[in-house]
Design a protein around this ligand. Structure first.
Ligand SMILES: NC(=O)c1ccc[n+]([C@@H]2O[C@H](COP(=O)([O-])OP(=O)(O)OC[C@H]3O[C@@H](n4cnc5c(N)ncnc54)[C@H](O)[C@@H]3O)[C@@H](O)[C@H]2O)c1
Length: 366
């Protein structure tokens, strides 16, 4: 069992990583003195795959569980679903001492964390992420939240979990698109902070895609969590360094919103966002042509990432205004200086964003 500490003073917590470690969660819950009354939140797919098993293991360790199953997909990060979950937990007499368990992908983690942060002004929660994206990114760092119809993740909090349990074995059932989506966030760590890691992921891309080596995944998850834990420990509330984790996300989020959160997996949209920013970094003479080409060659290995024909520049641009990185009509953008090194540009001119989106449309529109 690997263990990484997210070092946040009194709020410090561990991330446990392994293969097949779901079987040991009863012990981990007891070790962390989690109260016996739990609410397990999951989605319909993960319910069938893993929730029954997890509930059985926890019940065998004398935990009492209220299970809440929400529909699959981004639309579950909504005020309507939050309302229905609150109704269930109030009716189940969930009290301040109880804990929430988030079992699922990033949608479940963000939603459950938000419920935990706000129910009775905050109760504790545990993350058990089951997608590659959630295991390498969203379950770590305490950003929790939901979407508003006008924009993504606009309602939320910074609220850290008690601990995170990551079992690479569950990736076996993940479909190809969700794997690619997760690999998008994985490669982000290489691009923003670690050239060797970028190379490792590129060199092993085929093995990663066909999931032939779960130990490699365990290693990669460990590496991503270490990078994220370090960044979060330095800048929990995103006043500086943590912003680099948003690399590619402004355009990515806008693409998701412009397509009503129905066309892309989150990481797919972020990959397109990174393709656009890679070009912009090169155009602004920050990034060398050689590295620009290397990054493009990597992204060309992802099959079928495109923008639907009915989406126009203005649809995407309009959605970027609702991005949290927009203040006083100027945007903060993360650009690349080289593979592994970023530059944070505050007060960025909107027209540059427009050029980058135009490039993306030219390259990737169907
Ligand atoms: N909080 C953060 O810091 C942060 C960071 C990045 C992304 N996010 C958020 O994460 C969300 C995206 O997360 P996601 O991509 O995990 O989406 P998701 O939760 O919708 O999961 C994707 C799909 O995988 C299925 N699934 C989950 N685990 C599975 C498994 N083991 N086997 C088979 N199927 C499985 C789900 O049912 C779903 O259909 C977005 O809402 C995004 O905004 C948050």
């Amino acid at each position: 069992l690997r263990e990484i500490a997210v070092d946040l003073g009194k709020k410090t917590y561990p991330i446990y990583i392994g293969i097949g470690i779901l079987d040991t969660i009863g012990t981990l819950f007891c070790h962390h003195k989690i109260s016996k009354k739990l609410v397990l939140i999951t989605d319909e797919t993960v319910k069938n795959l893993y929730a029954e098993k997890v509930i059985k293991i926890l019940e065998d360790s004398n935990f009492l569980i209220t299970e809440i199953v929400v529909p699959v997909g981004e639309n579950s990060k909504s005020l309507e679903i939050v309302d229905s979950v609150f109704e269930r937990i109030i009716n189940a007499r969930i009290d301040r001492e109880s804990s929430i368990v988030a079992l699922g992908g990033g949608v479940i983690g963000d939603l459950s964390g938000f419920i935990a942060a706000t129910y009775m002004r905050g109760i504790s929660y545990v993350q058990i992420p089951t997608t590659l994206l959630a295991q390498t990114d969203s379950s770590v760092g305490g950003k929790v939240g939901i979407n508003h119809r006008l924009g993504k993740n606009l309602i939320g909090a910074f609220y850290q979990p008690k601990f995170v349990i990551i079992d690479a074995e569950v990736l076996k059932t993940l479909d190809q698109r969700d794997l690619i989506s997760g690999l998008g966030e994985v490669i982000k760590y290489g691009l923003i902070g670690d050239k060797n890691f970028f190379k490792k992921v590129s060199d092993n891309f085929d093995d990663l895609l066909n999931k032939s080596n779960l130990s490699l995944y365990e290693e990669i998850i460990d590496h991503c969590c270490r990078i994220k834990a370090k960044i979060v420990a330095e800048d929990e509330k995103e006043s500086g360094l943590r912003k680099i984790l948003n690399f590619g996300h402004t355009i990515g989020h806008a693409l998701e919103a412009a397509t009503n959160y129905e066309y892309y997996r989150h990481g797919e949209a972020v990959i397109l966002g990174m393709i656009a920013i890679n070009w912009l970094s090169y155009e602004l003479n920050l990034l060398s042509q050689n590295e620009f080409n290397q990054i493009n060659a990597f992204f060309d290995m992802f099959p079928n990432l495109n923008i639907p024909a009915e989406i126009f520049l203005k649809d995407i641009l309009e959605k970027t205004y609702f991005d949290k990185k927009f203040t006083n009509n100027k945007i903060c953008l993360i650009l690349l200086k080289e593979i592994g090194e970023t530059i944070i540009l505050e007060n960025f001119e909107e027209r540059n964003l427009m050029y980058a989106i135009n490039y993306l449309l030219k390259e990737r529109q169907q």
